[in-house]
Design a binder for this molecule. Structure first.
Ligand SMILES: C[S@@+](CC[C@H](N)C(=O)[O-])C[C@H]1O[C@@H](n2cnc3c(N)ncnc32)[C@H](O)[C@@H]1O
Length: 315
């Protein structure tokens, strides 16, 4: 077993092939779910930037099925091969029409969960790539603001670059809890992580509008800061049990006992309190300073109004 960062076909790639996942990213969502129980009580989920579709596969297995009550809507610029139980929209997440299409597919009912594993084409220039990723995340947040129920959850890929604290501040405007999580299947060498935002709770009077910058000063005021006393420092959580495979190691095709590598999901408890064995938690942002969450609270407002017959939101 050796360490390599060049081995693109790592153990998760092989496990994905063996288990019929369309991409190794499936394990990232599975490991995030093990930690945060993202799918509990979810009947409507939106997968933004979904192609080739491994996150949609996970969502359809966990919450949706052709016969079941769950509904999954997947959106991507690219066409995607059909998946049972997943309704697909070929569209751009920066467009208002995409949010409207999603709402139409849910027949006016709000979503419980919005996930986004979106990635723009990489330029190789770190700062440009981080900026583009942040813009995509904000586009996803904008869609979430149109479709998410109060108390709903939003998970999005983030690059932990220099200005990530500003994004955390922005997310804190809309969610009561914001964390940064790194699944074990995400390579350590990559600055990729996932913002896990729970408790959708936009500022009073906020009306989702893709034409308006999210950070309207009337909603965010002092929060739009990447430094200073009101900056957001969020907890950083690694997820996926330590006994699960490490994406930065290579493993033999056959294990010593002759068996093939297998992914064994673990079921760690709710995040942060108490800290499950094998979890490493540290602060993300400005290390070691202050309260990790400024504890913002706003009155619910500006959500889409549930259509008659939609279940009441359970935060
Ligand atoms: C890393 S892949 C997603 C992998 C997917 N989560 C899976 O598990 O199969 C990133 C995707 O983001 C999509 N994407 C990038 N910008 C987008 C945009 N503005 N609107 C919709 N999709 C976008 C790309 O087309 C690409 O398919």
């Amino acid at each position: 077993m050796g360490r390599t960062s060049k081995d693109k076909r790592d153990v998760y790639y092989r496990l994905a092939k063996e288990n019929g996942w369309r991409a190794r990213s499936a394990f990232k969502l599975l490991q995030l779910n093990e930690e945060f129980r993202l799918f509990e009580g979810v009947t409507r989920a939106v997968d933004l930037c979904a192609a080739p579709g491994s996150w949609s596969q996970v969502l359809s297995q966990k919450i949706g099925s052709p016969q079941g009550s769950g509904h999954v809507v997947a959106v991507d610029l690219q066409a995607m091969a059909p998946l049972p139980g997943v309704l697909q929209i070929q569209g751009d997440i920066t467009q208002l029409s995409t949010a409207e299409d999603i709402i139409r597919h849910f027949e006016g009912c709000p979503a419980d969960l919005v996930v986004c594993d979106g990635a723009p084409d990489v330029t190789g220039l770190h700062e440009v790539d981080e900026y583009l990723q942040a813009q995509l995340l904000l586009a996803a947040l904008n869609i979430a603001a149109h479709v998410l129920k109060p108390g709903g959850c939003f998970v999005a890929k983030i690059f932990r670059g220099r200005d990530v604290t500003l994004i955390y501040s922005q997310l804190h405007v809309f969610f009561s809890s914001v964390l940064c999580a790194k699944p074990r299947s995400s390579r350590k060498a990559s600055s990729e992580a996932f913002a896990v935002c729970q408790g959708y709770d936009p500022p009073e009077g906020f009306l989702p509008d893709l034409t308006k910058p999210l950070l309207d000063p009337s909603y965010s005021r002092d929060l739009n800061q990447s430094d200073g006393p009101t900056r957001s420092i969020v907890p950083f959580v690694t997820c996926g049990d330590l006994s699960s495979y490490d994406s930065d190691l290579s493993y033999p095709l056959d294990l010593e006992d002759g068996s093939e590598p297998k992914y064994t999901p673990t079921h760690t408890g709710p995040h942060l309190a108490p800290v499950p064995a094998g979890l490493h938690i540290e602060e993300e942002g400005a290390a070691g300073q202050g309260d990790p969450s400024p504890g913002l609270r706003h009155q619910h407002s500006g959500h889409i109004v549930p259509a008659p017959g939609c279940p009441t939101a359970t935060p």
